[in-house]
Design a protein around this ligand. Structure first.
Ligand SMILES: Cc1cc2nc3c(=O)[nH]c(=O)nc-3n(C[C@H](O)[C@H](O)[C@H](O)COP(=O)(O)OP(=O)(O)OC[C@H]3O[C@@H](n4cnc5c(N)ncnc54)[C@H](O)[C@@H]3O)c2cc1C
Length: 583
């Protein structure tokens, strides 16, 4: 039954199709949240857990090196990439990208670790999701985290965890001098510097340094490598079964003697069209962790969702499934810089790439640690005046930021615009953190192996233009100030002018996804104005024995990048399940 190799995977094609195997818990999707949940639930040797992951288990050296494992430089087969429809932009096809394989997004992302502000979680709680205020969830962030400071620094602040599985690292000094110059420019423009983005006491307006999910050996710390390492998987393989290449196609539903619908188990198959269908039963619960795009797809394929969108028969009309899709839509203004100020040098100079490889292997430092970005600049758009300057307004600093600007040492356009081969690129990304626009996930076809249809809905609410325009103006002021301070920036990709019309046109032409998909099965009451799909215990409304634990449950897009919130949600879900089932 066990496949060969050093990682104990279960070969489900040896399952007897006539007799479904039974487990206490079935976790669907072994991505960022799924690996954490499977690990926590299987802590009790008396509990049996099946983890079904559609992608594979990638464990080679390059999948652990930060630069070579990151989506833009890594193996394209480690991600799903498919076109989204975009009703508003300049009819460009935008690419959606999500992680595929154990670790999911955490195996291919840019490794930035950000939790979001305490006030954002307090809002979850105030909006009816009791138990999710920051005071009630901070310990889940700390539980998973193993934070390390560079040796020269003092011990970690008390809001960091040091005993968890997931390695988070302060990356030390800023790598590129353009980043240092960016901090100086921000400070001069009224954006104070903070050394720790995740400090709960940090102000809402700041230029902050980011930590990364990289271990002290210089390897990527995905939730796969952190929570399901080979030793643990071997020790538990009699009660934790990990299946890769297993695409869950739908939930098997039943009705109990009270007429209440519940989940009996799941159906799954290999990624090959027309392959056999396998089944597994859940004695206690099924937990969907397939991410903000695939989780609603599985529900729709199971007849759960808006009645006109589901694969028939309709089992439960839940209007929120697949609705409220949100992402941090972004644009980038770009400058050319000397190539040694940009990751482009790794593509254009073989000698430099070899030297960097040597530095990485010998000393654990340099560009292979992938310093794509080390800073996050957060501000509310109403604190930016028409000229793009920060203004102090009465009470203005008390608003959660709706913009994040990031210096990125690479070409931040999608699809990438052509740049001269001998140029390096410094981009200032402008992302909308609290978008008003909403998109949708629907079925493209009844075939469960097809990618679902996604309309990102960017700019469908005109209110989003105003914030983006202010963000671009601020980015331009930062670039100008950096130049004044001596940074060698030459304009490369800019709006024609700063009129509203030209800025709007620039946004439409260059808007792109930041891959932070969420809110498609939001945690809220079923009849909320933005309809909810799960309750505060992450249970799907109206269907027993079914929970969701991934980015789809985030009630409203927040100012964090989403991998840390996904892990926190999985940690809390594990505790909710253990409490209910006394495991
Ligand atoms: C390129 C990129 C860069 C990013 N950079 C950052 C960053 O620097 N910092 C940050 O915080 N966030 C970043 N993000 C976002 C973050 O990684 C994701 O939001 C987060 O990892 C999502 O976690 P999840 O558990 O919800 O889903 P995922 O991690 O996507 O996991 C879902 C899993 O389910 C599996 N699956 C899907 N369908 C099925 C099915 N039918 N059956 C079985 N399994 C299935 C998938 O293969 C996948 O492994 C980035 C994302 C991407 C794609």
């Amino acid at each position: 039954m066990f496949s060969s190799g050093s990682y104990p995977l279960i070969d489900f094609t040896s399952f007897d199709l006539a007799t479904p195997i039974e487990y206490d818990f079935i976790v669907v999707g072994g991505g960022t949240a799924g690996c954490v949940l499977a690990s926590r639930l299987s802590e009790n040797p008396a509990v049996s857990v099946l983890l079904l992951e559609r992608g594979d288990a990638r464990r080679g050296w390059a999948t652990r090196v930060p630069l070579t494992s990151t989506n833009f430089m890594g193996d394209p087969s480690a991600a799903y990439r498919w076109p989204a429809s975009q009703s508003v932009g300049d009819a460009r096809s935008l690419s959606l990208v999500t992680g595929k394989g154990l670790g999911g997004g955490s195996s291919i992302n840019s490794m930035q670790y950000s939790r979001g502000f305490p006030k954002e979680y307090d809002l979850w709680s105030q909006n009816g999701n009791h138990g999710w205020s920051y005071a009630e969830i901070e310990h889940y962030f700390k539980k998973s985290e193993h934070f390390t400071n560079p040796p020269s620094r003092s011990s970690p602040a008390k809001h960091h965890g040091t005993q968890g599985e997931w390695k988070v690292r302060d990356m030390g000094d800023l790598y590129f001098s353009t980043a240092t110059s960016c901090v100086a420019a921000c400070t001069a423009l009224g954006l104070p510097y903070s050394a720790d983005l995740n400090d709960p006491a940090a102000p809402f307006t700041m230029c902050a340094k980011l930590d990364c999910t990289i271990d002290d050996q210089g390897y990527r710390s995905s939730t796969f490598t952190a929570f399901l390492p080979p030793k643990l998987a071997h020790e538990r393989n009699y009660h934790l079964h990990i299946c890769t290449g297993a695409a869950v196609t739908n939930l098997d539903l039943g009705v109990d003697s009270n007429g209440q619908q519940f989940v009996k188990g799941v159906a799954f198959q290999t990624n090959e069209f027309g392959s056999k269908v396998y089944r597994a039963l859940a004695r206690k619960e099924v937990i969907l962790c397939a991410g903000a795009i695939a989780t609603p797809q599985i529900l729709l394929l199971s007849g759960i969702g808006p009645q006109d969108c589901v694969k028939k028969p309709l089992r439960k009309h839940l209007p929120g499934v697949g609705h409220n899709l949100q992402d941090h839509m972004a644009v980038g203004i770009m400058y050319s810089v000397p190539t040694d100020q940009s990751l482009h040098i790794m593509q254009t100079s073989r000698l430099r790439a070899m030297l960097e490889l040597f530095r990485y292997i010998a000393f654990g430092e340099g560009m292979f640690l992938s310093p794509v970005t080390q800073l996050s600049i957060l501000v509310h758009s109403t604190l930016i005046d028409d000229a793009g300057r920060i203004v102090q307004r009465e009470g203005g600093g008390g608003r959660l930021p709706d913009l994040e600007l990031m210096p990125i040492h690479f070409n931040y356009s999608d699809p990438p615009i052509d740049i001269p081969v001998d140029a390096g690129v410094f981009s200032l990304k402008v992302a909308l953190m609290r978008p008003h626009s909403r998109g949708t996930v629907t079925l493209a076809s009844p075939d469960p192996l097809d990618r679902p249809a996604c309309d990102l809905g960017f700019l469908s609410n005109p209110a989003d233009y105003l914030a983006m325009r202010n963000g671009i103006k601020l980015a331009k002021r930062i670039g100008e100030k950096m130049r004044e301070l001596g940074a060698p920036l030459k304009d490369l990709c800019m709006p024609e002018s700063e009129t509203d019309a030209d800025l709007n046109a620039f946004v439409r032409k260059t808007v792109r996804t930041t891959y932070h998909y969420g809110c498609t099965c939001r945690m809220a009451p079923e009849n909320d104005s933005d309809a909810g799909v799960v309750n505060e215990e992450l249970k799907v409304h109206g269907i027993d024995k079914l929970r969701i634990a991934d980015c789809s449950v985030i009630p409203e897009m927040m100012s964090a990048h989403l991998q840390a919130p996904a892990v926190m949600i999985a940690e809390k879900c594990a505790d909710l399940i253990k409490l209910e089932h006394s495991t």
